[in-house]
Design a protein around this ligand. Structure first.
Ligand code: NAD
Length: 294
């Protein structure tokens, strides 16, 4: 039996990118503004190069300007800070993203804090973290925002749901929990030190897994009829010596029990860049005091 609706993150992300592109076009036509995203890449990490290339392609496809700043792994912290200062001052740059991880000799916290909060499209600056936590308008981290959009594609009003987030990272777990609170959910954050994790998870109407442990979550962790959002991306050995990607949730188990579930790949993953584009558009409009319904 395969009861669950499979949430099509690819299609939902494509719809969001199209909405952003339409708003970008309107911003240009009505206000003469073209939003710009600057992505800073330090070093030669192959996976980071792939991410940055994808971001560049999607940014241009949405009608925005894309600026790639690639510097060697030997770049010093003060050289990187000088690059951030310059991007903060540029009027054609609305969003600044520093691709993580940074080389170990650079303090990523210092770099993030140097970014103008109004251009912090990753939503990692402490000012944006604080704004989100205190219910003020903020630039919100992209993957968590994508999770909320996917959950609301199943049920538009999340008010009153028991939401359980497994994982407490600054990038996913904590911000997604804040967003769920803002949606009026009753939120539990579980993590590696939580006791009775399967029972905690099984209480969830909305379960968000951001752990990084392949197929940790089995059928008996899932409340029948729950919405399951699987953020995990784990590479494991597949057939014929090739590797494959799986989530933190055992997909075949979960689809028998849940009401709706995101697949891996093709669920949360495609939402991240789409939300980055949305944040860049939001930043471009907000910096100029333009009210824009995206
Ligand atoms: P992280 O390693 O920073 O945090 C993992 C969290 O899971 C920690 O808070 C830890 O307490 C918890 N945890 C670890 N083992 C656990 C266990 N056995 N039981 C319960 N909790 C446990 O990871 P992250 O950056 O938050 O990413 C989580 C996953 O999401 C990873 O697989 C990552 O690849 C994926 N991810 C996907 C996207 C995307 O789709 N675009 C973006 C970011 C992260």
């Amino acid at each position: 039996m395969s009861g669950a609706t499979i949430i099509d993150g690819k299609a939902i992300a494509a719809g969001l990118r199209a909405d952003v592109a339409a708003s970008v076009e309107r911003l240009g036509r009505e206000h003469g503004v073209m939003p710009g995203l600057a992505v800073v890449l330090v070093g030669d990490d192959p996976a980071s190069h792939v991410y940055v290339r994808n971001k560049d392609r999607e940014t241009r496809a949405a009608g925005m300007a894309s600026f790639e700043i690639k510097v060697p792994a030997t770049t010093t912290e003060s050289e990187l800070l000088a690059i951030i200062t310059e991007l903060n001052a540029r009027d054609d740059v609305d969003g600044i993203l520093v691709q993580l991880p940074l080389p170990p000799h650079i303090d990523s916290g210092r770099i993030i804090e140097a970014i103008d909060p109004a251009k912090d499209v990753d939503g990692f600056h402490p000012i944006n973290v604080g704004r989100l936590a205190s219910g003020q308008p903020a630039l919100v981290p992209c993957t968590p925002l994508g999770c909320i959009i996917l959950a609301k594609s199943v049920q538009a009003n999340l008010t009153g749901l028991e939401a359980v987030v497994i994982g407490r990272s600054n990038i996913v777990g904590k911000p997604v929990a804040q967003l769920l609170l803002a949606e009026n959910c009753t939120v539990t954050i579980a993590h590696s030190k939580s006791r009775g994790l399967p029972e905690i998870a099984a209480g969830a109407d909305l379960l968000i897994a951001a752990v990084g442990r392949p197929e940790l979550i089995r059928a008996d962790w899932i409340k029948p009829g729950a919405i399951v959002i699987d953020v995990g991306i784990n590479r494991v050995p597949g057939e014929g010596g090739k590797s494959k990607l799986v989530g933190d949730v055992h997909f075949e188990d979960a689809r028998r029990v849940a009401r709706a579930i995101t697949p891996v790949p093709g669920g949360v993953g495609p939402m991240t860049i789409a939300c980055l584009l949305r944040n860049t558009l939001t930043a471009a409009a907000a910096r100029r005091g333009i009210a824009l319904a995206i």
